[in-house]
Design a protein around this ligand. Sequence first.
Ligand code: PLP
Length: 400
Amino acid sequence: MLYFDNNATTAPDPAVVDAMLPWLREHYGNPSSAHSLGTAAAEGLERARRQVAGLLGTRHARGVVFTSGATESLNTAIHSAARAAGPERRRVLGSPAEHSASLRAGEALGADRFEREELPLDRDGRIDLDHWIERIGPDCALVTAIWANNETGALLPREHIERVGAACRAQGVPFLLDAVQAAGKVALEIDALPVDLVALSAHKFHGPKGIGALWVRPELELAPLVRGGPQEHERRGGTQNVPGAVGMGVAAELAERHRADGTTLARVARLRDRLEAALVEGAGATVNGPRDEGSAPAAEARVANTTNLEFPELSGDALLMLLDAEGLAVSTGSACDSQHTAPSHVLLAMGRTPAEASSSLRFSLSRATTADEVEAAIAITLRSAETLRLLGAAAGPVGS
Ligand code: PLP
């Protein structure tokens, strides 16, 4: 299998699996138990918390709340901010390019009490910073943002996070950042940022599924969404997933080490650029999302591993199936939408027509992707796109 769907999920690093196994086999204690099996589990959990704090770049490891994944982290953050908001705070301000977890959690707050306001995007998926800041007011209950877009890889520049966060502080509004696709791809260093809540998911950086984290600034109280026992300092009830947390901790340490050394990401970016250039040139594809040229420097525009390409006139679903038959795994949109043929909400918000959005595929690499795999992916995609064109599958209203 040529796996180019790493924004959906990544293969667990073998070191992560090795680290988890003893916590499944021998150290199976409940971290809340007073006996030695329990205290060993509690120590494993706290080590993992410090490792996740290391990836986030925070001294406040106690702010890390383990959850079942970023969907729960985002739901918890949004629910908690809404509960804390006074009656005059009715607006949740965000971007239409955010993950469906943020969008749906915002909607679930109830239209009679809260209104989710979506900021307009340009064709590269960027938000006008001045307009964004203008819209942050004393009637906001929460501002949400996505650091790296899962579909296009578009990055929110650090300066924008700083300026939006400062505006939030000035208005007393909590600022929630979805850092799921940014983790391990950019320096997070959240202690230097005016952010209050940060969501992570382990399986996006070679950790296990079913474990994530929500980091909460120490001054902020978090109302639990999952209620139960006093676990996670009363911020998330339920016996902790110790093997998952241990795996997430090791994955976090590895992700941060690879990011910090610079060579891994530079290599991934070169491979992504090679893939992108070959498909633009050979299949007439166009890039959805910010390109390296333009106002933002390359490292600020897009994460290194992602390219979202429109194959004009071709059905993305049909192309995906042909690629899959050849052993190449890609995606037509966000992973959570892979069972649906609805065009990507992110591409639509970027001004693409339903037909253009339905002709688009996302290729996402990882630190494990090799140059040979990229060459094979290029050859298969060019051949399959040509086959589809010859079959005339392009004819007819794509994505209508
Ligand atoms: N946020 C982003 C940007 C994502 O890409 C995802 C997963 O696709 C999530 C949140 C949700 O993560 P999980 O499905 O692990 O809960």
